[in-house]
Ligand binder design. Sequence first.
Ligand code: SAH
Ligand code: SF4
Length: 368
Amino acid sequence: MQNLLDLDLAGLKAWLAQIGEKPFRANQLLRWIYQRGETDFSAMSDLARVFRDRLPMVAEIRLPTIVSDKLSDDGTRKFLMDVGASNLIETVFIPESDRGTLCISTQVGCALDCSFCSTGKQGFNRNLTTAEIIGQLWLANRALGFDPAGERIISNVVIMGMGEPLANFDALVPALNLMLDDHAYGLSRRRVTVSTSGIVPAMDRLREACPTALAVSLHAPNDALRDVLVPINQKYPLTELMAACKRYLDKAPRDFITFEYVMLEGVNDSPAQAKELVALIGKAGFRCKFNLIPFNPFPGSPYRRSPRDRISTFANILIGAGYVTTVRKTRGDDIDAACGQLAGQVQDKTRRTRQLPPIITQPHGSTS
Ligand code: SAH
Ligand code: SF4
């Protein structure tokens, strides 16, 4: 049984050809599933009768299950979704005056173990399938709907939830294609942002496969500190990471990289470190912006959030050097929906068995 949510346009056409159906049905199916939110084949009225009757025998539309839906005082909404075998993931909607952003997860847990991240501390279980990634947008879209003017409420997507998206490349790309495809969600390339801790070869592959906006979790101005905070740096150090960022923008010179930088008191937030950051980026030579993220504490974490004045001093040094710099507002605090607090329920396989390599690029446990 093929779960149709696992296939983008090209995948759907190939599957249709394989079962002896006309490839143009793929566009019709995408419009029904993603634009009209229909999951009942019998309601897809412009499909040929014979095809419509055949579909339930060969295909299904299987989504994660929403197990809780919490609304914060500031409008942030957190969905907890069950993807089977007691694995829970989180999807967060963040409304702002000019946009509505959905933050999507790509893995159950994360194997990369950044020292300040709650998801990383829970360990890793498995990659999400394409259906489970795009299913988060499908479900949130249905829950949030349209505004009174008929505009969609979710205008932007950030792949910044649980997991390292570029460690789940093969499932991620079809999901991104569906976000961008005019027959599906039709979001513009710049309104979809993939956030990575810096898996260099996969950044190059993403540029070729689906060059969305890119955010890079930098968090430190030198290798010695980044090795500790973001251990993947030991494999792909800063010189390589900066070169990969530059290559990413080669084909889109008007784009920029967003550098995320979590503010940890006394660890990476001094004025000297801000200057070191300016020197690092200045040498790299490409367009970028900074997004400073006040650390979100979680039980058992050894770090503290930098005080506000320390964050503004740091920001002012970056601004003074000519970089657009924003400080992320902490949203959804009351429902634990802030960055790095996404804490579903992870049956950790990494620590228990220690058999998985740190980066897994093939989807595991595909449901199709
Ligand atoms: N794995 C990807 C995307 C998910 S994390 C990545 O690392 O980029 C999304 C962002 O939240 C990253 O910039 C991450 O470093 C940051 N983050 C993780 N834990 C955090 C915490 N406790 N407080 C603030 N930001 C955190
Ligand atoms: Fe994984 Fe990103 Fe958390 Fe690091 S910050 S452990 S890469 S989710």
